[in-house]
Design a protein around this ligand. Structure first.
Ligand SMILES: [Zn+2]
Length: 255
């Protein structure tokens, strides 16, 4: 059986049998991997503690029909510490859950890996700022819009997607793009938003998270934008983000 090496981010783990575990990983060059690690739940296993969600690892794997089997691993970095605040964990968990979902739906490539790597690094650098719920919403909205962009699902937000004219008056957002309310098909699914909110969404697509976080955005606007971004995400992926409840719960508790 073929042996290969890759660098991968652990996004999920589940137990298998008495002592083994299957890890879901997103690799830099092979997309999603399901990796069997034999005996890892035995005491003092040489890899216990390093093959956890948020770990970036260099691995040597033996390819198999159902699972690839781990032969060797060495830790390259960790994007979260166990003693991190709950809030940060809320944000990070959403990133991993979305990654799990899109890698099941799509054959993802290195662009998705690079995107997630950049966002997790940015998240680690801006952890203090992330304690503020507005910043957390900016971060997650930016991440989700980037995921939609890299998988070819970002709606058009420049001109009206139906008539091609400048938008004025009431604006609505559909999965295809923003358009005039009057141009919308009668059975179209949409969300109403103001022109200012649409401009803010475009800014979030265009600018990096650190530049967005360093310029003030209102919490109310960000709640609205995040709601719109979730509307787009759910329209495409049709599954709830389970970690969202945890995320909302911890921020509410600290507000
Ligand atoms: Zn129009």
């Amino acid at each position: 059986m073929r042996i290969f090496k890759t660098k991968a981010l652990v996004i999920k783990r589940r137990n298998l049998g008495e002592t083994s575990r299957v890890l879901t990983m997103i690799s830099s060059d092979r997309g999603r991997l399901e990796v069997l690690v034999r005996g890892i739940r035995r005491p003092r296993h040489r890899y216990s503690g390093i093959l956890e969600p948020f770990s970036l690892v260099n691995v040597r794997l033996q390819s198999g029909r159902i699972f690839d089997t781990l032969q060797e691993a060495d830790l390259d970095g960790v994007f979260i510490n166990l003693d991190d605040e709950l809030k940060g964990l809320g944000v990070g968990s959403i990133v991993l859950e979305i990654l799990d979902r899109i890698s099941l739906a799509d054959d993802i490539d290195h662009r998705v890996y690079n995107l997630v790597y950049d966002y997790l690094r940015c998240y680690r650098n801006f952890q203090v700022e992330m304690a503020d719920s507005t910043n957390a919403l900016v971060f997650l909205s930016s991440f989700l819009l980037s995921v939609l962009a890299v998988t070819g699902r970002l709606p058009l937000m420049d001109l009206c997607v139906v008539c091609g004219q400048e938008r004025k008056g009431e604006v609505v957002l559909t999965v295809y793009g923003a358009c005039h309310k009057n141009c919308l098909a009668r059975d179209g699914v949409y969300r109403v938003l103001t022109l200012e909110q649409l401009m803010l969404m475009r800014r979030i697509v265009a600018e990096s998270v650190d530049s967005l976080i360093s310029s003030p955005v209102s919490n109310q606007d960000m709640k609205k934008i995040f709601g719109l971004v979730l509307f787009l995400y759910y329209s495409f992926f049709e599954r709830d983000i389970r970690s969202l409840k945890f995320f909302e719960g911890v921020y509410r508790k600290f507000e």
